[in-house]
Design a protein around this ligand. Structure first.
Ligand code: G3P
Ligand code: CA
Length: 363
């Protein structure tokens, strides 16, 4: 599938707005994209290379990478900036937790991290490990390891060579604000690795995403120009209760108010540094008037398109459906067809691709 096409879903006004911004040409066909969320994470432990290979063979358009930095400045592919939800770090390094009880990626070297077993995610309940999604791959079975960002790029580029395809990267810097507090610039490190592997322009098959909007502005206006790069960017949006992002206000780190990113009055400004938005899928719906079998769509996608931005909501999981759908296809229908999102993050990429193929919106 062509890359640029994925950013072509917006209306003519959107295309004109992008052209006015000097953005890359956007292809015209109507296909929508499937992003393998942490790989085919519904079937194999998230972010393992095995889950990326499986997703690749399911026909996705993009494979997602979440990134955190190690003590020795390596980028590793892991969803959290701590290790304890998906590894045996508490068994191997019991005295290395911080005061909050968490084991931070940034406190461990790459060698130490590679010595850990990577597993299906779990929570601690009364001191016992309880699998988050009980129907998924069993915890601590087989032998999975954490890998670096460079290793994943080489893996995907290798598969692109052997399969004769051009599947993209959808890269998220995790908690840039936290890495800054620790004296590390994760966005700069990420861009440097991408540049090393040939991803430098909007024609490169990569999308750079983050929840940290002040950092995305910095990436767009300072870092990329300094490094001679201009990649496609997407701003992630979550609820304020997630405490996902903090910003410096008068020298103090304050929780970021995500409502700012949901107000169309700000979309023209946001479009200056983001080619797209990635909200939680429920943000596309009027939840007050939505009920089982009757989903009411709001104007978020329409407004984003009118400002030249694509919309790739997250995350569709067939084993964690909202109360207003009977099955996963109803959710794909609501997000991709009724709300007209341009693509979707999903833990079950085969189901996303299959749904779109039935609609003739995917190869
Ligand atoms: O990056 C899109 C989606 O992955 C955002 O949620 O928390 O799974 O990274 P999260
Ligand atoms: Ca992510």
């Amino acid at each position: 599938m062509s890359l640029a096409r994925n950013f072509a879903g917006a209306a003519l006004a959107a295309l004109m707005a992008v052209a006015a911004m000097g953005g890359a040409a956007m292809a015209q066909d109507g296909d929508k994209i499937v992003v393998a969320h942490r790989g085919a994470s519904g079937y194999l432990p998230e972010h393992t290379l095995e889950s990326k290979a499986l997703a690749y063979m399911m026909g996705v358009d993009y494979l997602e990478q979440d990134l955190a930095m190690t003590k020795d400045d390596q980028l590793v592919v892991i969803h959290d900036h701590y290790l304890d939800r998906v590894t045996d770090v508490a068994d191997k390094f019991p005295d290395r937790a911080r005061a909050d009880g968490r084991y931070y990626v940034i406190d461990f070297t790459l060698d130490e991290i590679k010595s850990l077993h990577f597993t299906e995610g779990f929570n601690l309940v009364d001191g016992q490990r309880e699998q988050v999604y009980p129907e998924r791959f069993p915890m601590f079975k087989s032998d999975f390891r954490i890998h670096t960002f460079a290793e994943e790029i080489e893996f995907i580029q290798g598969l692109n060579k052997t399969r004769g395809k051009d599947i993209g990267l959808y890269v998220e810097t995790k908690a840039p604000w936290f890495h800054k507090q620790e004296g590390k610039d994760i966005s700069k490190a990420t861009l440097e690795v991408l540049r090393q592997y040939g991803y430098t322009s909007k024609d490169s098959n990569v999308i750079f995403q983050t929840f940290d909007y002040p950092d995305l502005k910095y990436v767009k206006t300072e870092l990329m120009p300094k490094l001679g790069m201009e990649l496609k960017t997407v701003i992630l949006i979550t609820g304020n209760d997630s405490k996902e992002t903090y910003e410096l206000v008068d020298g103090q780190w304050q929780p970021y108010d995500f409502n700012y990113l949901l107000d169309p009055a700000h979309f023209a400004e946001i479009a200056q540094y983001a080619d797209g938005m990635s909200p939680a899928y429920k943000m596309l719906f009027d939840l007050e008037h939505t009920k089982l079998g009757h989903i009411v769509v709001n104007d978020l996608v329409k407004e984003a398109h009118a400002h030249g931005m694509v919309v790739h909501p997250y995350t569709i999981r067939k084993d964690a459906l909202p109360e207003y759908v009977h099955n996963v296809d109803e959710l794909y229908q609501a997000v991709l067809i009724d709300a007209d999102a341009d693509g979707v993050f999903t833990d079950f990429p085969d189901l996303g691709v299959g749904f779109l193929q039935k609609q003739q919106l995917h190869q």
